[in-house]
Design a binder for this molecule. Structure first.
Ligand SMILES: [Zn+2]
Length: 134
């Protein structure tokens, strides 16, 4: 799944549970593993970065608008498992991460990318609505 989608999910989990940060931030981290179970189409690192930059800016905008840095932290926590795996920080964490990930089959159908795009747009809509109302 795209890092951007994981970040949006982490921020959304925070948006829904922000009253208790002891729960919301771990849930934002855990959302990663839930999303990884969903069958999805993976893009390469360059496309992940190109899509991720505007999402990072959007999340920073939300943090500024809501005057709440924790939504930025939650977004980061949502994508942190991939960062730990990519950087090779912990082989045992990576092994657990991959065990929780859905078992990919190839060729992956392209419609999975469309499903993720719809999910991402929905999450952006929720977060924008949430940010505007604060
Ligand atoms: Zn992952």
């Amino acid at each position: 799944m795209l890092a951007a989608t994981h970040m949006l999910a982490g921020a959304t989990v925070y948006g829904l549970t922000h009253r208790n940060k002891l729960i919301s931030l771990p849930l934002a981290f855990a959302s990663h593993f839930g999303l990884d179970r969903v069958h999805h189409y993976d893009l390469n690192m360059t496309k992940n970065v190109l899509i991720g930059i505007p999402i990072i800016l959007f999340v920073f905008y939300l943090g500024w608008k809501m005057k709440d840095v924790f939504i930025v932290i939650a977004a980061f926590l949502g994508m942190l498992p991939d960062l730990i795996s990519i950087l090779g920080i912990s082989p045992s964490f990576h092994r657990i991460h991959m065990q929780l990930h859905f078992e990919p089959y190839y060729p992956l159908p392209l419609y999975l990318l469309a499903v993720e795009a719809v999910l991402a747009v929905f999450l952006i809509g929720y977060l924008y609505w949430r940010g505007v109302r604060s």
